[in-house]
Design a protein around this ligand. Structure first.
Ligand code: PCA
Length: 174
């Protein structure tokens, strides 16, 4: 009989379902000021909260490739540079959106990566401290062409940089 009575905790869980948040490291067009950043701000995609700037603990080749000049972090640890980007805490809805948007797992695979926190804004509880290492997901790829390994590598992506490899947005692709 006792079992059928809703517990206080049970009621609380129904009223306030816990939202699963996931850390994502973005290094490309999803960063602040880059062509797809607005998608992180669009609440119809879900929630994304900026946590801090960070760089990869390992080196990776970050290249710009393909006919649309897309940034790719090649999953080749130890080769390349420490890549700079931003860590966000995202909810499940945003995570699903990003998986779809990044054509994961066909074009990118979402893998875990170790990061060193470089700078953070605010003192938000749970935000990793500067100098600490933390883990997050990243959209990297193992499905690249061999010649991409010969391309110029970057430590920080800027779609508008003087490399001149202008990113072609999804809308502009034929
Ligand atoms: N979008 C993802 C992966 C590369 C890209 O352009 C990002 O910004 O991290």
């Amino acid at each position: 009989m006792r079992k059928l009575l809703p517990t206080t905790l049970g009621i609380f869980r129904v009223l306030f379902p816990t939202v699963q948040m996931t850390y994502i490291f973005v290094y490309g067009t999803l960063k602040k000021g880059q062509p797809n950043y607005y998608r992180m701000l669009d609440i119809t995609n879900g929630k994304a909260e900026f946590l801090c700037y960070a760089r990869t603990v390992e080196k990776y080749p970050l290249v710009i490739a393909g006919k649309y000049n897309i940034p790719f972090l090649l999953n080749v640890p130890g080769k390349g540079q420490h890549v700079r980007g931003e860590i966000y805490s995202v909810d499940d809805q945003m995570l699903k959106f990003l998986d779809w948007f990044e054509s994961c797992p066909q074009m990118y695979q979402r893998t875990r990566i170790l990061l060193e926190v470089e700078h953070r804004i605010g003192e938000g509880e749970g935000t990793p401290k500067v100098g600490s290492t933390t883990e997050a997901f990243v959209y990297s790829t193992t499905t690249y062409e061999a010649e991409w390994l010969q391309k110029p590598i970057f430590d920080s992506y800027d779609a508008y940089g003087d490399h001149g490899l202008c990113y072609v947005t999804r809308e502009a692709r034929e």
